[in-house]
Design a binder for this molecule. Structure first.
Ligand SMILES: Cc1ncc(C[n+]2csc(CCOP(=O)(O)OP(=O)(O)O)c2C)c(N)n1
Ligand SMILES: [Mg+2]
Length: 334
């Protein structure tokens, strides 16, 4: 693989992909979008506690990447992890309940927004320290390699992580030991309010991988098919013992860094340009090409997704708080 300039790709005709896969891509992206908008509303109404980092706008990257994996493969999640968790298949009810701090949450209500995940579907509960998940991903991949199984690890991180020492150590050892990892950068161009050009001279972050002799590619991350195909190839290499790949996906968050941030430091023209490349409306148009998927089917899916989000809120609100007696459970390995 080589570094390529990102641009909206010429996509293959939808008939090149199984209908079931296309439907799953659309419904998972839509689930993340509707979930995040609902969560935003609940926070601002003061109904939901804690803090949140929303991922709407980045749905194509997380869904394309996770659908290219096997159920047993493990992902590591970031502080912007709701979408990553839902994309890997963590149940919407358990993520919602976790955000409310309820005992039925995916971490039994003890983690909240910054730690969502569920290892039973291969989603290691999120790590909020920027860059810190990369050595953990490499360590898990090392364990998989030693055990001789075919599982791989996909390490999600943001553009902010590539300037952290942890990240470089992980990249170096993973390349040296040919560990089965896909290093997936969700480059949304900002670390909080700092544009990436203020902290590095690299035009694309995938250039960094050359220092470790690791193959890398920069792609347009708002198209789930491009992400799916690229991660599928990288995962295949990892599974065959050919080592890690860095995949940099260019994308954009639709909201600010976190709930009290409007993102006003971003120039209007930039925001407009990315908002016009909305991954969900673009993909809907693509699916409707030659009526490959009938519009009524997509409307039906939208209703199903909305209903599942509403039910998740009801479920979370009706769930009990964790029992204080379980505070020290799940802290140490048994
Ligand atoms: C080591 C470390 N430094 C600072 C922070 C505070 N912090 C949380 S998110 C964030 C920005 C991360 O930017 P990026 O990696 O690009 O991810 P994005 O928020 O854009 O998804 C920072 C600085 C942290 N969590 N960990
Ligand atoms: Mg960022």
């Amino acid at each position: 693989m080589r570094i390529t300039r990102p641009q909206q790709p010429d996509r293959k005709d939808p008939s090149s992909y199984a209908e079931e896969l296309l439907i799953q891509m659309y419904s998972r992206m839509l689930l993340i979008r509707r979930f995040e908008l609902k969560v935003n509303e609940l926070y601002h109404q003061g109904i939901m506690p804690g803090t949140i980092h929303l991922s709407h706008g980045q749905e194509a990257t997380t869904v394309g990447a996770c659908l290219a994996l096997e159920q047993e493969d493990v992902i590591t999640l970031t502080h912007r992890g709701h979408g990553q968790a839902l994309a890997k298949g963590v149940s919407v009810r358990s993520v919602m309940a976790e955000l409310f701090g309820k005992a039925t949450g995916c971490c039994r209500g003890k983690g909240g927004s910054l730690h969502v995940g569920d290892l039973s579907v291969g989603a290691l509960p999120a790590i909020g320290i920027v860059g810190a998940s990369s050595p953990i991903a490499a360590g898990m991949a090392f364990a998989f390699q030693r055990a001789g199984n075919k599982w791989i690890v996909l390490n999600f991180f943001g553009d902010g992580a590539v300037n952290e020492g942890d990240w470089h150590e992980a990249m170096n050892l993973a390349a040296l030991w040919k560990l089965p990892v896909v290093f997936l950068c969700e480059n949304n161009f900002y670390g909080v309010s700092t544009h990436i050009s203020e902290v590095t001279l690299n035009e694309y972050l995938a250039e960094r991988a050359a220092a470790y002799r690791m193959p890398a590619v920069t792609i347009y991350g708002n198209d789930p098919i491009t992400v799916y195909d690229t991660v599928g190839e990288a995962a295949g290499r990892a599974r065959k013992g050919e080592g890690p790949t860095m995949v940099e996906c260019l994308t954009y968050r639709r909201g600010g860094h976190k709930r009290d941030d409007s993102g006003s430091y971003r120039p209007d023209e930039e925001v407009d340009a990315w908002f016009r490349r909305d991954p969900i409306t673009d993909f809907r148009d693509y699916l409707l090409t030659d009526e490959r998927i009938p519009p009524a089917r997509l409307d039906e899916l939208e209703d199903e997704v909305d209903a599942s989000v509403e039910k998740a809120v009801e479920f979370a609100l009706a769930s009990p708080d964790p029992d204080a007696a379980c505070a020290l459970e799940d802290v140490y390995a048994e």
